[in-house]
Design a protein around this ligand. Structure first.
Ligand SMILES: [Zn+2]
Length: 139
């Protein structure tokens, strides 16, 4: 009886191995080459962010302000620039944290519960640091 149960178990394991990661909940570890591909994406993103942050910083109200612009317009424009700057700095920070995780070999793992972050999510946001369920909880 016991032997029969054992062989059934083996068959089940073989079957699940054959499915080759069909279940999205069971992410396989990222291969070195995959991490390197994400790292290249992050490098591009980082240089783009640094460039556009530098541009936004250089574009001070004094230089971009036209004579036709009143104070309200100037303030409105300045607010938009400040917001764009803040968003880009925030993203740059996320990107830097991702590089830190690559260095520490924890890239692709949720910082909250260590779950694997789905590849589909990393492809969208290579800087993602939360798995899907934690991302939902953290907003
Ligand atoms: Zn998580």
């Amino acid at each position: 009886m016991e032997a029969a149960a054992d062989s059934a178990m083996v068959l089940e394991l073989d079957a699940s191995a054959g499915r080759n990661g069909a279940e999205s909940s069971k992410e396989t570890p990222l291969a070195r080459a995959e991490i390197e591909a994400f790292q290249r994406q992050l490098e591009h993103l980082r240089s783009w962010l640094r460039e556009s942050i530098a541009k936004l910083e250089a574009d001070s109200p004094a230089t971009s302000r036209s004579i036709l612009m009143d104070d309200a317009d100037a303030e409105w424009q300045s607010n938009i620039r400040q917001r764009a700057l803040a968003e880009k700095r925030l993203l740059l920070n996320e990107v830097n944290l991702a590089f830190e995780r690559i260095r520490q070999n924890t890239y692709g793992r949720c910082v909250n519960d260590n779950a694997r972050i789905p590849r589909t999510l990393l492809e969208e946001m290579p800087w993602a640091r939360f798995c899907e369920s934690c991302a939902m909880r953290h907003g």
